[in-house]
Design a protein around this ligand. Structure first.
Ligand code: XIL
Length: 454
């Protein structure tokens, strides 16, 4: 008999799984499918203050599920970290390659994020052929480069760093030696801005630099240039303050005052490449101070951090960013969210040592669907609440969640699950939540990221 040859246990398991699926399907109507509360993320909290909150992004990391999930959940602006630089888009004269930068721009615009363009004219990451040109050729190569790149991205970039780092460090306030400065003289900056305005009249045109964050000889020199540009009608709309801070170059006490004096010239100010060396409370305090300085200046329109997890920071040996290597939110993250007026629950400055980890297993599997089980374990401090992101690969669909409260991001693929009755955990102890998913033809397992505790 055919029925005798059927293995009994799997049949029972399948029947009970089907019954579970049926039961949980009925729970679908009750499952909250609304996005997480607006101010639970950096981008949403900044938006409530009329600002953007962005990150430098590398195209090569976009395929990493946790990287993409954190970007998509937390940020509403991106800056390509290297992909729009001269050596990336015009390595060979008049041969333009936009593939990697396009990948970032499409990722961002497809999810409603804004894009900063970085950067058109800079002495670094500049192909050798540019440095080898004589003055006449260099002028036309510079203008051609600006025009081609800005035309390619016309209408897609909210602000462009037209010229980057043209002033010298130290006390002189002089221009930095570069092929542009040395061959074209001071006027190259003005020329670059005029060319940029013609190429994309709707993009904001920024001058961007570092060690200009406080009042000093270098920022005074930039200030004098911007004042002169405004007085003579040279098109400039914004000044970018890179804001790479460490113990040798701490957040200046006159940061807000410096941003304000530039804003008073009639330009926007933007914090363009923020990272702050350190860890724990000290780093968190510095980050909070930077955010408060921007919010105190009406024309400070947005903040970009120079990377997402510490492991991808250009400061290879440091930990200057808001997420640790496993995408856990650091105390600095909570300080930023709190300074932006966002919700700090779960996670908050009240319990900065609170951490958690999350692991996934498939508890039951009936082919067309499965029950997932996520185990949350507290780190070395007691916690009273947790949340974790679960990224689903469409067209898989979650139809029920238990022992956790679920909210969804706008893409509908990232579910944030928060503790309900099961938030309190002693160090090293665990709890679980579960969910039922329909596969709809895709077998990719769910990805976990950003376990956050408070
Ligand atoms: C850095 C990138 O983060 C690195 O990946 C790259 O190797 C070098 O450039 N000022 C700038 C940024 O304007 O473009 C720099 O980015 C960091 C300093």
């Amino acid at each position: 008999m055919i029925s005798r040859s059927l293995p009994v246990r799997p049949l029972r398991a399948a029947l009970s799984a089907a019954a579970t699926a049926l039961l949980t399907l009925t729970a679908l109507a009750a499952l909250p499918q609304t996005p997480a509360h607006a101010a639970d993320t950096l981008g949403a909290a900044a938006a409530e203050k009329g600002r953007y909150f962005g990150a430098a992004v590398a195209a090569s990391h976009l395929g990493e599920a946790q990287y993409a999930a954190t970007l998509n959940t937390e940020f509403n602006s991106v800056t390509p970290e290297n992909e729009m630089k001269w050596d990336a888009v015009e390595r060979t004269r008049d041969s333009f390659t936009f593939g990697a930068a396009d990948q970032i721009v499409n990722h961002a615009l497809g999810r409603g994020m804004k894009v900063r363009g970085h950067t058109l004219v800079w002495h670094s990451q500049l192909p050798g052929w540019v440095a080898g040109l004589g003055a006449t050729e260099l002028r036309s190569a510079m203008n051609h480069h600006i025009t081609q790149v800005m035309t390619h991205y016309k209408g897609k970039i909210h602000s462009w760093d037209v010229v980057n780092e043209a002033f010298q460090d130290g006390g002189s306030g002089a221009r930095r030696s570069s092929p542009f400065q040395d061959k074209l003289g001071d006027g190259f900056i003005e020329e670059a801005f005029r060319t940029a305005r013609a190429a994309d009249p709707d993009a904001k045109l920024c001058y961007n630099d570092y060690n200009t964050d406080g009042v000093n000889a270098k920022s005074n020199a930039v200030y004098a240039m911007v004042r002169d540009f405004k007085a003579r009608g040279v098109p400039i709309d914004c000044v970018g303050f890179q804001s790479h801070f460490n113990s040798a170059s701490p957040v200046p006490s006159d940061y807000r005052a410096n941003l304000q004096r530039f804003a008073d010239l009639g330009v926007e100010v933007q914090i363009t490449e923020l990272d702050i060396e350190g860890s724990g409370t000290a780093q968190a305090t510095n980050y909070g101070n930077v955010v408060r300085a921007c919010l105190a200046v009406t024309r400070c329109t947005g903040i970009t951090v120079w990377g997402i997890p510490d492991k991808y920071s250009w400061r290879a040996s440091g930990t200057p960013l808001l997420f640790d290597d496993n995408y856990n939110k650091k105390p600095a993250y909570h300080a930023v969210l709190s300074a932006l007026g966002g919700s700090t629950d779960p996670g908050g400055p009240g319990n900065p040592g609170a951490t958690c980890t999350a692991t996934y297993t498939t508890a039951e599997d009936w082919g067309s669907g499965y029950n997932g089980k996520v185990t949350i374990t507290a780190g070395s401090s007691p916690i009273s609440a947790w949340s974790v992101n679960v990224t689903m690969t469409p067209p898989q669909k979650v139809v029920a969640v238990w022992n956790g409260a679920a909210g969804w991001d706008t893409s509908g693929n990232v579910m944030t699950v928060r503790s309900t009755h099961n938030g309190t955990l002693q160090p090293g102890t665990s709890t679980t939540f579960g969910f039922t998913a329909q596969r709809n033809g895709t077998s990719t397992p769910p990805q976990l990221s950003a376990c956050t505790a408070s």
